[in-house]
Write a new protein. Structure first.
Lengths: 1116, 81
């Protein structure tokens, strides 16, 4: 009987201490000695603490603490007082969905992306000091997966087609904000900003019931919050953890002012033409995507505006909510658009749980023309009739509704929706035209003798027809008159069967100069909830005469609830008034329930007002109080926050040189930012102009950065460009924007504000922006969202793309500018594919990309498809690996090796197995069919083996299956592994992989085959051995196993089976019977025999040879 | 008939599940698990187990995190019959 040893107690499980600790010790002490579970008892304690109660030893594994389990050898003899000291330390928590490497010349860091939190974890100096993992940043858009492309001392991170790419790297250049030139600072930052313009920092916003303001910049990726504290506002702060593709509109639940309820912010995000609706729960700090169906857009329209309206008798407790969206397209002059619908509506009775919305077309022109409709398409006709023996043209007939004619829009606007509370109308701003004039050519009536009727007839076959948009509002009938009329169309929010009272119309072009179709529409629009005054802002020259103003279009006819909206004509209409105070956009509706304090107002809380954002050179937020009755401004603008960060001002000219080439010309200045010392952003959208007839020798241009820390930490330079106009009244530059000066970040003092004055000395010819950056000076966006990528010919080539510039970029590849992996000249450098790519790789100077069943070979320089290989697909982006020996990839049919000339299948040996060898499903065909989306291919450079991980078993460590192809020996093996999500080859040759085992998903970093002590159990099955005579029966005598290990180890850890005549029989390799075993007498006669070996207990056993001794039976 | 012996002396071929198990080379496996591919002179030997990054930046050979286990008093400290 064995006495207790150090191994009498077995600890299993995964140590996961609740508190942060590097080390824990436990004592296990025998209380009652003896033998057997019924006799021996023990107690345990954390070292230095109190013991547990006494319990009997147990052979089964029982949990005691922190994920650990203990089991006892119940056959051993124990002595009272036996004490075991067990020291444990947790395996490091390293959550990672995706792995990558970050280089630093001498060091290499391991990156791991945690998809559950968005954290980018990093183990610095992985092969050296190996610092403990830290979080180096967060990808707040929480992409399900990312692709990491290394580039020098940085990596470029693709986050899929719906999230902007990221950049992570060492800060090699001095940057703004005081980070200096410390090269060890590793940053996670956004990709290059589409434009360096700081105008319109917040262009859409919503005031929450408690006065907090939620907003965003158009196409911005972040939701911003300004916290209201008794009327004093904080500067906008990013609502963390969420990233958007490109925000189009921020709105909220109107009529939802429950005192204790904070409500929801609704965000209309990019990513689809119909927009993606997201609901931010303020109190819960959660973001939900609300799926939408029903919106059908034609003619390249996209949804750009959205409002959410609560319904119910108690305004603080709505019982239903209406969501309205409007579509937009920049309609070219002269184009008549007849889209499927521009106004869409959905409703829900539970705003808290809504996760999907079904939209219905409420386009005011999309009416069939039912007789009861007060709005829609009508026509009337003129006939010829026989009067006094002659055909005479008759008067126009009555208007008749018709649904068979076409309506045309001539202008749609990004900001178009308003809501009128008292009358419950949703208003959409648009411009449309009358349907048509005469539709049939006609001729004067003619008399014709009709032989059948024996009479003169008037053939009135030619009818003149006149079609109109028909308006029948509470103010009486109206008909559109002129092409290009700007209209405010009110659609009843209740929209009951589109009855006449559900539509309302106001024509606006009599009052303000909206006639130019070049007007791009308001940057903001709001409607007084009671008085029906309309307010708009615009940054265009029309109709606000000089841009960047807001206008007031007041009501006509009083303030009664039932009076009409603004009338379309008549002396009672007060002309619109333009106010020139800086106001880039109205970002909120007017009603915020007296919650915004206005310092200059005598009441301090006016009933209504405008919330306005930035004018030119301003980044800020202002409120304009309005007189509750007249709608006129109360005092001036009151600043809620002014955060204008970069301003460019042109000061006085110096000197006097008559020949200076720029004299008597208008000068146009723009600037750009250089990221990481080499990637230049697009030029600023903002242009600073200077026109003077003076003969200055130099001009002083002052760059002011209000808050240096707000500048992206990747920015290393700011570059100033100038283009010259033909004369002082030029509207546009005559030539290209050329560099004036490129300023390093260190030229600004690390103070806020920080000012640098640039002296523009002459008009010498310098490099143009386009020649320096390779990007057109008119391009404002060089970012592509991407999911897969590879580097070829010095460029990053990406697939699985998304961009706001293409309706659907999923079947395109884009190529970055050479060396500038964040810059894409998407207008030129793209390649249309016949499918959506699932994987991409570069091999021997060519780019290969795959669908599930086809491979393309692409020339990366000229960027065209050289060849297509049908039948060679790839399961996913991780099922391809490039080695110095060839490129390997796998689809559902086979694993292939590409030698540079052509691919060939190499996996025939592992496609399927006989049931006598392995349970069903072990073959590659079954694995690829069931687990193809999670399979990962990686290269074990220690063995020169390509390993395909299947991750088919996620409950037990080490029990998933991998196919390993050894290139040197051209042999296949099946290996076990712990389920994973990603794997990468280290420079030490090991494969490192993540953990996807269910109980510890994502928490461990595993070095595959990296154990220095223990080896895996193994199996080996021979062929069916027939000794060359498969039809001849044999008497199988013995099976011999030759090993260098001890007979004791073989006895305890090696099992031998043979399969004969379909039966599997075990043999005891007894240490007392040498190294062979007799085949049992009852199972020895057969034509062939299969020998099967397997080890247990993770014992490192090896077998040098196997022998089979038999006697052939005489041939009959 | 005399006794005969078939010897399988090396295991270089790895798995060959196709063609039929009767038709593959003698030293090929119709099925195997966790066999080392290189450096074993044709022997059958298991591949190493995995190791795990632990809290102090080293690689632990045990998934439990236990790196030390000792019987500090009592017991026999060995085995006997």
């Amino acid at each position: 009987m064995a006495v207790s040893t150090s191994n009498s107690i077995t600890i299993t499980g995964t140590f996961s201490p609740a508190e942060a600790t590097n080390l824990s010790k436990y004592n296990f002490t025998i209380v009652q000695g003896g033998t057997g579970a019924g006799t021996v008892t023990y107690k345990w304690r954390r070292f230095g603490e109190s013991y547990s109660s006494t319990v009997a030893i147990h052979s089964s594994a029982v949990s005691f603490e922190a994920g650990l389990l203990a089991s006892w050898d119940t056959a051993a003899t124990y002595t009272s007082g036996d004490d075991w000291l067990i020291q444990v330390r947790p395996n490091e928590t390293f959550k990672a969905r995706t792995l990558g490497w970050l280089e630093d010349g001498l060091k290499r860091d391991l990156l791991g992306y945690d998809a559950s939190s968005g954290d980018m974890n990093i183990v610095k100096d992985f092969y050296g000091a190996k610092e403990l993992p830290i979080v180096t940043g967060k990808i707040s858009s929480l992409p399900a997966d990312i692709t990491i492309i290394p580039n020098n001392k940085e990596v470029h991170i693709g986050c899929g087609p719906s999230a902007n790419p990221k950049w992570l790297g060492r800060n090699q250049y001095s940057s703004f904000g005081g980070t200096g030139s410390a090269t060890e600072v590793t940053l996670l930052e956004g990709a290059i900003k589409s434009s360096a313009s700081n105008a319109g920092f917040i262009t859409t916003a919503w005031v929450a019931p408690n006065g907090d303001i939620y907003g965003a910049e158009e196409d911005g990726t972040q939701l911003l919050k300004m916290t209201n504290s008794s009327g004093s506002y904080s500067e906008p702060a990013v609502v963390e953890d969420f990233e958007f593709i490109g925000i189009r509109k921020i709105t909220g639940t109107q009529r939802y002012y429950g005192s204790a309820y904070e409500g929801y912010v609704f965000i209309l995000d990019s990513g689809a033409d119909e927009g993606i609706i997201k609901k931010y729960d303020i109190s819960g700090n959660t973001l939900t995507t609300v799926t939408q169906t029903g919106v059908s857009l034609s003619d390249d329209l996209i949804i750009t505006d959205m409002i959410v309206i609560g319904e119910g008798s108690n305004e603080e407790q709505p019982t239903s909510w209406n969501i309205w969206c409007s579509a937009y397209k920049d309609i070219e002059s002269g184009q008549n658009l007849s889209p499927t619908g521009i106004l869409w509506h959905a409703t829900t009775s539970n705003i808290d749980t809504v996760s999907s919305l079904t939209f219905t077309n409420r386009d005011p022109l999309d009416k069939a023309g039912a007789s009861a409709d007060g709005f829609g398409k009508k026509y009337r006709q003129q006939y010829y009739a026989l009067v006094g023996g002659s055909c005479v043209l008759q008067s126009w007939g009555s208007w008749i509704f018709s649904g068979n004619t076409t309506n045309y829009y001539t202008s749609l606007y990004k900001r178009a929706l308003t809501y009128h509370w008292e009358d419950d109308y949703v208003g959409i701003l648009c411009r449309f035209r009358d349907i048509s004039t005469a539709v049939n050519s006609h001729q004067d009536g003619a008399n014709t003798w009709n032989n059948e009727s024996n009479n003169w007839n008037c053939y009135a076959v030619n009818i003149e027809e006149w079609n109109h948009i028909w308006i029948e509002g509470t103010g009486g009938e109206r008909v559109m008159r002129n092409y290009g009329t700007l209209n405010w169309i009110g659609v009843k929010n209740t929209h009951v069967n589109n009855t006449p009272t559900n539509l309302h119309h106001v024509a606006l072009d009599d009052k303000v100069s909206f006639n130019s179709q070049t007007w791009s529409g308001p940057t903001g629009i709001a409607l007084d909830k009671v008085n029906k005054d309309l307010y708009m802002t615009s940054d265009h020259a029309h109709p606000f005469s000089n841009g960047t103003k807001w206008i007031h279009i007041p009501i006509a006819g009083g303030t009664s609830v039932n009076t009409d909206f603004m009338v379309e004509s008549g002396s009672s209409f007060t002309p619109a008034t333009a106010y020139q105070t800086g106001s880039h956009a109205i970002v909120c509706d007017l009603d915020w329930r007296n919650i915004i304090d206005i310092e200059q107002d005598i009441t301090e809380f006016p009933n209504k007002g405008l919330v306005l954002s930035s004018g030119q050179n301003q980044k800020g937020f202002w409120v304009q109080g309005l007189n509750a009755t007249s709608g006129l401004p109360l005092g001036g603008l009151y600043s809620l926050w002014d955060g204008t960060n970069i301003t460019l001002t042109i000061g006085n000219g110096q000197g006097n040189v008559s020949s200076q080439i720029w004299n008597n010309k208008k000068l146009f200045y723009k600037y750009s930012m250089t990221y990481d010392g080499y990637q230049e952003s697009p030029l600023s959208e903002e242009t600073i102009e200077f026109a003077d007839s003076g003969t200055y020798e130099t001009l002083d241009i002052t760059f002011t950065i209000q808050v240096t820390s707000e500048i992206n930490r990747r920015v290393s330079h700011i570059n100033l460009y100038r283009a010259n106009g033909a004369n002082t009244s030029s509207e546009k530059p005559l030539g290209l924007y050329r560099l004036i000066e490129s300023l390093r970040a260190t030229q600004w003092a690390n103070t806020s504000p920080s000012v640098v004055v640039i002296e523009d000395k002459s008009d010498k010819v310098t490099g143009s922006y386009e020649s320096r950056s390779g990007i057109s000076e008119t391009m404002t966006n060089t970012t592509i969202r991407w999911g897969i990528g590879t580097v070829a010919s010095g460029s990053l080539i990406v697939g699985d793309c998304g961009t706001d510039e293409f309706n659907d970029a999923s079947t395109y590849l884009f190529k970055s500018r050479p060396g500038d992996y964040d810059k894409f000249n998407w207008a030129l450098d793209y390649l249309r594919l016949p499918f959506r790519p699932v994987a991409i790789a570069t091999f021997q100077g060519r780019v290969y990309c795959w669908s599930q069943d086809t491979m393309l070979r692409i020339n990366p320089d000229q960027f065209y498809i050289e060849d297509e290989f049908e039948g060679f697909g790839c399961l996913n982006k991780r099922m391809v690996v490039v080695t110095e020996y060839g490129m390997f990839f796998g689809d559902t049919n086979n694993i292939y090796m590409h030698n540079g000339q052509a691919p060939s299948p190499i996996g025939t040996s592992i496609l399927k197995f006989d049931s006598e060898d392995a349970p069903s499903g072990k073959g590659y065909w079954d694995m690829a069919r069931l687990y193809g989306d999670r399979m990962v291919m990686c290269f074990d450079s220690k063995r020169n083996s390509v390993v395909t991980f299947c991750s088919n078993e996620q409950n037990v460590d080490g029990m998933s299956q991998a196919y390993s192809y050894n290139i040197t020996n051209t042999r296949w093996d099946i290996w076990g592994h712990t389920a994973l999500q990603d794997a990468t080859t280290g420079q030490d040759g090991y494969i490192y992989h993540t953990d996807n085992q269910t109980l510890t998903a994502g928490t461990r970093l595993i070095r595959y085959l990296g154990n220095t002590v223990q080896r895996r159990n193994w199996k080996w099955h021979s062929k069916r051995i027939s000794a060359g005579y498969p039809s001849q029966e044999k008497i199988h005598k013995k099976i011999r196993v030759i090993s260098d290990d001890s007979k004791s180890d073989i006895n305890n850890n090696l099992d031998l089976y043979y399969r004969i005549n379909g039966s599997k029989i075990a043999l005891e390799l007894d240490q007392n019977q040498s190294d062979y075993e007799k085949v049992s007498s009852g199972q020895k006669k057969a034509q062939d025999i299969k020998i099967m070996l397997s080890t247990s207990n993770n014992k490192d056993l090896s077998v040098r040879a196997i022998g089979s001794i038999f006697r052939r039976r005489p041939t009959k | 008939m005399p006794k005969e012996s078939i010897e399988i002396k090396s295991f270089h071929n790895g798995i060959m599940a196709a063609p039929d198990s009767m038709d593959i080379p003698l030293d090929a496996a119709s099925y195997s698990e966790n066999l080392e591919q290189i450096g074993e002179d044709g022997k059958l030997r298991g591949i190493p187990d995995d190791s795990f990054l632990n809290k102090i930046g080293t690689w632990a050979n045990d998934t439990t995190g236990v790196f030390s286990q000792a019987l500090t008093s009592g017991g026999g400290g060995g085995s006997s019959g």
